[in-house]
Design a protein around this ligand. Structure first.
Ligand code: FES
Length: 146
């Protein structure tokens, strides 16, 4: 069986098996990795961390933490250079906007009319790739799985 058959998804601190395991199968457990202390991320700011060799952005908004891929799901713009206003993150390249709470698309590029229609066929709207975040005491931990 492939490794992917054993992946476990973390939701709200609970581990949920992707498949029902039978005897002899191995588990690959998603691990939370400490990336920062709670005082390292001032309210309303972003910081970038390398987790398992991948750049991940960590954001603190209204006392909650959110983690997601550094690169925009449209054409890979560097979201770390984007603008964060409350829970809305705007990509610096074509100005797509995402809600960082769940990653959903608020606006797909700043194109309009026929250009937006063409672009959306080639690059359909795609949410931010998010990662579970956990706070333990003064530590912020991120679970990273691809
Ligand atoms: S690269 Fe982000 S909106 Fe195009």
């Amino acid at each position: 069986m492939s490794r992917d058959s054993f992946l476990i998804f973390c939701r709200n601190d609970y581990l949920v098996p992707k498949t029902t395991l039978t005897s002899g199968e191995e588990w690959v457990v998603s691990e939370f990795v400490e990336v920062a202390g709670v005082n390292d991320i001032p309210e309303g700011t972003m910081k970038k961390f390398m987790v398992s060799k991948y750049p991940i952005i960590l954001v603190r908004v209204k006392g909650r933490y959110y983690a997601f891929d550094e690169y925009c799901p449209h054409l890979g713009g560097d979201l770390f250079l984007g603008t964060l206003k409350e829970t809305t993150l705007t990509c610096p390249i074509h100005h797509s906007q995402f809600d960082i709470r769940d990653g959903h698309v608020l606006r797909w590029t700043d194109l309009d009319g026929i250009m937006l229609a063409i672009d959306s066929r080639i690059h359909p709207p795609n949410s931010l790739k998010k990662y579970p975040v956990r706070v333990e005491g003064n530590k912020i931990l991120i679970s990273h799985e691809r």
